[in-house]
Design a protein around this ligand. Structure first.
Ligand code: SF4
Length: 263
């Protein structure tokens, strides 16, 4: 069996506890306007144009994005970093794109890691069947779970899909007692409004089990030129920079509600 992977990053420190190896799966069911990894969205190998300048001349070439790998090949990469992850109480994070889109491949990898005592994290947008989440719950130590917009109409507009299944799956994982960190992409004008933040807080506080922490991910425009290189519609260029006062106000709202913020 092979999975489609678009990147493997070593020594990551923001994708779960300790030092981690992050495996990026290719393919995502959502189309978030601000996505900073647009090359992760299509579930196929594709070409991206790169430019280099030398002596005032511009050279263009096409790079292939995405690689088919077996479970053993990916696991071999994970094991290379084991000494660092063990020392730092880290592990492996499966991210994307959306790892749940390749559920059988993901489950195989999770089982392989669990058998070797490697801490596992799944970073997910929440858009998959409830059965798939319950299927991998036992092999997943931590879920990094995206919440973006609580208003369903707005959610459809900015991601292309309803939030109903995402909210339901989060309740399911919480009721199973799983450790969860909510990831909140803080996107000016799209998710950053106080009404959305307050609705999110209310929803989180009603989840069964321990109150999850929240990691706020402030928008940045670094991916801007990737869209042109992939010949994709670029809506990211219309998003303003994050207002730091707004961000601080939002952090305060979460803290006031007793929800801890991870940096
Ligand atoms: S869920 Fe993540 S990877 Fe998928 S489109 Fe949205 S930002 Fe991009």
């Amino acid at each position: 069996m092979k999975g489609l992977i678009f990147d493997i990053r070593r020594f990551t420190i923001h994708d779960g506890p300790g030092i981690r190896t992050t495996i990026f799966f290719k393919g995502c069911p959502l189309r978030c306007i601000w996505c900073h990894n647009p090359e992760s969205q299509r579930p196929e190998i594709e070409a991206i144009e790169t430019e280099t300048r030398l002596d005032g001349r511009e050279f263009k070439k096409k790079l292939s994005v995405g690689q088919l790998m077996t479970v053993e090949e990916v696991f071999k990469e994970i094991k290379k970093d084991r000494i660092f992850s063990e020392e730092s109480h880290g592990g492996v994070t499966f991210s994307g794109g959306e790892p749940m889109m390749q559920i059988v491949f993901l489950k195989n990898l999770l089982e392989r890691c669990v058998a070797e005592g490697i801490h596992t994290t799944v970073d997910t947008c929440g858009y998959a069947t409830p059965e798939n989440y319950t299927d991998i719950a036992a092999q997943t130590n931590l879920f990094l779970y995206d919440l973006k917009q609580m208003d369903d109409q707005l959610h459809r507009k900015i991601t292309g899909k309803s939030n109903a299944i995402i909210l339901d799956n989060l309740k399911t994982l919480a009721s199973l007692g799983k450790e969860i960190v909510i990831r909140f992409p803080f996107i000016p004008g799209l998710t950053s409004g106080t009404e959305n933040v307050k609705a999110m807080i209310q929803f989180i506080k009603k989840l069964p089990g321990d109150l999850p922490s929240v990691q706020i991910l402030p928008y940045h425009s670094l991916a801007n030129n990737k869209y042109e290189r992939l010949q994709m519609l670029n809506e990211i260029r219309n998003i303003p920079e994050v207002d730091q006062e707004d961000l601080l106000r939002t952090q305060k709202l979460f803290r006031k509600a007793g929800i801890s913020i991870l940096s």
